[in-house]
Design a protein around this ligand. Structure first.
Ligand code: SAH
Ligand code: SF4
Ligand code: F3S
Length: 458
C-alpha cells in the first residue's frame, strides 16, 4: 500500500461526485480546549464538502479521532478506539478512518504500521488541508495519506469557524509553545509559538458577536506571551476586545505564571464588567527545586506572590490549577510542599495528574523515575485533601445571587444550564427562550461540582 504525503486531488470528476453526495462524519475529541476548537473547525470545513455530522460512528462514512498525547492514557484511548471500529470497517470497507491532533503529529506514518485500520493521519497544523486530504482519500482508496508538516512560515490567521451559533465560543489567539517545560510534549506536537494579528482578532470576535455569540474564551498554551505583529501584548489585547467589540464576557486559558503580570490585573479590574472572575493558573508543583527541574521559570514564592497580587485586584476571583505528582526525583517532602501550597492558595478546583514520561522530552530521560504505586498514592492524597475543601468552598455560594449566562436548555428536565463569571456551572428552571441571556440566579444548593438555584428579579 502506497503512502502519499503530497495529497493533491488526482481525479477531479470523482472528487466532484463525492461533493455531491451528503455523507456522515463522526469526530471524537480528546485533550484540551484547543482540540475541542479544532474539531469544530474540522466539522465546519467538512460541511463545506457536503459531510454532515452524525451522533454515532456506525452512521458515518468518515471517522476522525482528534487525539491528545499529553499523557500515556489518552494515547492508549486512541489505539483502543480505532480497534473498536474494526467491525464497522469489515461491514463497510469504504469507511475511512483518520487520526488527527497531537498523536497524529507525534507518531506520523508510524501509526499506519501500529494501527493498520487508519487511512490517513494529520497534525494540528494541517487542519485546513483536511477537505483535500479527505477527498483524496475517498478517490484513491488504496493509499494511506499523511499531512503533518508544520507551517511555521505561514501567517497565522485562522478565522474562527462555528457551525450553529453557540452562546460561548473558543477563539485561538496563539498556537504552539516555546516554553519547553521538561515534562511536556506540546512544543513537539504543536510547533513554535505564533500569535494571530490583533486587528484580525478584533474583527473575528466582533463577527462572532454579530452571529449571536455572547462569551469568548481566548485560547493559547500560554496566552500571556501573546505578541501581535504590531507589538500588542496580552493585556492590551484584552483591553482592545473589551473596548472595540460588543462581546459580553471574555475568558482566557491557559495562563503561565512566569508571564502573568500586573498590567493584566489592572486591565481585568478596569474591565471587570466583561473580563470574567476566573483564572486557571497551572502551578504543577509547590516545590521550587521541582519547578526548576520542570523548567517552569518561577519559584513557589513567585507563584504565591502572583496569587496575592491577583486577589488584590480581583477579590472574588475563582482560581484553578494543574498539578503533576510524582515528577522524576520528587521526594515525599517535596510533594508535601505541593499539598501545603494547595491549602494556602485555596483553589476552587484542581486538575491533577500522575507524571507520565513523554517522547522527545527531557524529563523522560531523568533518572529517579517514580513507580506507578508511588505516583498513584500521592495523587489520591492530593485529591482527598482537596475534595472536602472544594465542597466547603462551593457551599459558600449558597444564598448568593450570581449572574448566570445561560448556555443550553434541557428539554427533558425543562432545565437551563449556564455559568457564573467564576465559571461555576449552575442549573435552574426556565424555558428555551432564555438561552443566551444573562440572568440573576439565587443559589439554593451547592454540589461538589455544580450549583442549583432559582431565577430572581432584582
Ligand atoms: N500550556 C498549559 C498546559 C498544557 S498541558 C500550561 O502550561 O499550563 C495540560 C496539563 O497537562 C499541564 O498543565 C500538566 O499539568 C499536564 N501534563 C503535561 N504533560 C504531562 C506529563 N508528561 N505527565 C503528566 N501530566 C502532564
Ligand atoms: Fe507544555 Fe509548558 Fe508549553 Fe504548557 S507552557 S504547553 S506545559 S511546554
Ligand atoms: Fe493534548 Fe495536544 Fe492539547 S497533547 S492537551 S491535545 S495540545
Amino acid at each position: 500500500m502506497a503512502l502519499i504525503k503530497n495529497f493533491k486531488i488526482q481525479n477531479e470528476p470523482e472528487a466532484k461526485a463525492l461533493h455531491n453526495e451528503p455523507q456522515g462524519v463522526f469526530i471524537s475529541t480528546y485533550g484540551c480546549q484547543m482540540n475541542v476548537n479544532d474539531s469544530e473547525r474540522m466539522y465546519s470545513l467538512l460541511e463545506m464538502l457536503n459531510f454532515t455530522s452524525v451522533p454515532q460512528p456506525q452512521d458515518a462514512a468518515l471517522i476522525i479521532i482528534n487525539s491528545c498525547s499529553v499523557r500515556e492514557r489518552p494515547v492508549h484511548k486512541v489505539h483502543s478506539e480505532v480497534g473498536r471500529y474494526r467491525k464497522l470497517k469489515e461491514k463497510n470497507p469504504g469507511l475511512k478512518i483518520g487520526v488527527g491532533g497531537c498523536v497524529g503529529q507525534q507518531e506520523k506514518s508510524k501509526l499506519f504500521k501500529d494501527v493498520p485500520l487508519v487511512d490517513f493521519v494529520f497534525g494540528p497544523d494541517n487542519i485546513d488541508d483536511l477537505p483535500q486530504l479527505v477527498t483524496s482519500c475517498f478517490v484513491n482508496s488504496d493509499v494511506k495519506l499523511m499531512g503533518s508538516k508544520f507551517k511555521h512560515q505561514d501567517p497565522y490567521h485562522v478565522e474562527t469557524l462555528i457551525r450553529s451559533t453557540p452562546v460561548a465560543a473558543f477563539v485561538n489567539i496563539t498556537k504552539g509553545c516555546d516554553n519547553f517545560c521538561t515534562f511536556c510534549v506540546v512544543p513537539f506536537t504543536r510547533g513554535r509559538e505564533r500569535s494571530r494579528p490583533y486587528k484580525h482578532l478584533i474583527k473575528d470576535i466582533q463577527s462572532l458577536v454579530e452571529r449571536g455569540v455572547k462569551e469568548v474564551t481566548l485560547l493559547g498554551q500560554n496566552v500571556n506571551s501573546y505578541k501581535s505583529d504590531c507589538g500588542v501584548c496580552f493585556p492590551e489585547l484584552l483591553k482592545g476586545i473589551a473596548l472595540e467589540t460588543d462581546i459580553e464576557r471574555i475568558r482566557y486559558t491557559t495562563s503561565h505564571p512566569k508571564d502573568f503580570n500586573e498590567e493584566l490585573m489592572k486591565v481585568s479590574a478596569e474591565h471587570q464588567d466583561k473580563i470574567c472572575d476566573y483564572i486557571h493558573l497551572p502551578v504543577q508543583s509547590g516545590n521550587s527545586e521541582v519547578l526548576e527541574r520542570m523548567n517552569r521559570g518561577y519559584s513557589r514564592k513567585d507563584y504565591i506572590e502572583k496569587v496575592k497580587m491577583i486577589r488584590n485586584y480581583m477579590p472574588t476571583v475563582s482560581l484553578s490549577t494543574d498539578i503533576i505528582v510524582g515528577f522524576p526525583g520528587e521526594t515525599d517532602e517535596q510533594f508535601e510542599e505541593t499539598l501545603s501550597l494547595v491549602e494556602e492558595v485555596d483553589y476552587e478546583s484542581i486538575y491533577a495528574f500522575m507524571y507520565s514520561p513523554r517522547p522527545f522530552t527531557k524529563a523522560a530521560r531523568y533518572e529517579d523515575q517514580l513507580t506507578r504505586e508511588q505516583k498513584s498514592e500521592r495523587l489520591q492524597r492530593l485529591f482527598k485533601q482537596h475534595e472536602l475543601k472544594a465542597f466547603a468552598k462551593a457551599k459558600e455560594y449558597e444564598g448568593q445571587i450570581l449572574d448566570i449566562l445561560v448556555e443550553t436548555y434541557d428539554e427533558k428536565l425543562q432545565n437551563l444550564k449556564g455559568r457564573s463569571t467564576q465559571n461555576k456551572v449552575t442549573y435552574f428552571a426556565g424555558g428555551p427562550e432564555l438561552v443566551g441571556k444573562t440572568l440573576a440566579v439565587k443559589i439554593n444548593k451547592a454540589f461538589p461540582q455544580t450549583l442549583r438555584g432559582e431565577r430572581v428579579t432584582l
